[in-house]
Design a protein around this ligand. Structure first.
Ligand code: 2DT
Ligand code: MG
Length: 237
């Protein structure tokens, strides 16, 4: 076991179709972890902040205010993730659990649903931090319709969500835990929490891996020694 690694936090991603309950579950999980005195931070992608140019552009795109071709929108979403990669690693190394509402898998699934190839999309996400767990909230595409405010945004049609659902299926790997979005919040929290606590224990002394790459971050060159990349323009965090 590596001895030069402090207890790092676990990197947890919540994924699923629109209206699958990711954000609600994320908030409940943060509360549960805080109650247990486990350091935790919540993040979400995309960051729609109007005070950064990419966030503002994506916000307009999602609410159908502007058009972008699929490659352009894909790369804007991806850029936001790379822009905070170092900050995310820093937080994990400080022992914080990261609860992240959507990540690279949304990026790939929604772009594949638009017709881009899986390989092209995966290549763009390669080199990001790899989540320890992806908690996937499995929702029938037709069920989303019955949940509140459906249809307000660009991708909220049953036909499109069906394509996203199929695309998510192609991303499943051993880091995924499938939860039924139809379960009660109490059941979801219980099951998600037990997965998270196990991941905290299992990964505390393991280096963070990289997504869709075989390499790992070099344990001998801690992030602290690296010059942080200036992300002020891209990120409000
Ligand atoms: P919400 O804010 O309701 O989660 O909607 N999306 C998201 C992409 O197309 N690519 C991405 O990389 C990410 C993170 C999914 C955000 C919408 O943006 C889509 C729904
Ligand atoms: Mg949405």
């Amino acid at each position: 076991m590596a001895t030069n690694l402090l207890n790092r936090g676990a990197f947890i991603v919540l994924e699923g179709l629109d209206r699958s309950g990711k954000t609600t579950l994320a908030y409940l999980l943060v509360k549960e972890l805080e109650q247990r005195q486990i350091p935790v931070e919540f993040m979400r992608f995309p960051d729609r902040s109007k005070d950064n140019v990419i966030g503002d552009t994506l916000n307009k795109y999602l609410s159908s205010g502007i058009e972008l071709n699929p490659e352009t929108s894909h790369m804007l979403f991806t850029t936001q993730r790379f822009a905070v990669k170092d900050q995310m690693l820093q937080k994990l190394m400080e022992g914080k659990v990261l609860i992240v509402d959507r990540y690279a898998h949304s990026g790939i699934a929604y772009s594949v649903a638009k017709g881009l190839s899986l390989e092209w999309c995966k290549a763009k996400e390669s080199g990001l931090l790899r989540p320890d767990i992806v908690l996937y909230l499995d929702l029938l595409p037709s069920e989303g319709l019955k949940r509140g405010n459906y249809g307000e945004e660009r991708f909220e049609t049953v036909q499109f969500q069906e394509k996203v659902h199929n695309a998510y299926d192609q991303l499943l790997d051993d880091s995924w835990k499938i939860l039924s979005a139809h379960d009660t919040p109490e059941t979801l929290v219980r099951s998600a929490l037990s997965n998270i606590l196990r991941a905290c224990e299992l990964n505390a002394h393991k280096p963070v891996e990289l997504l869709y790459q075989s390499g790992r971050l070099d344990e001998k060159s801690p992030l602290k020694e690296r010059q942080p990349f200036r992300t002020n323009v891209l990120s409000s965090q």
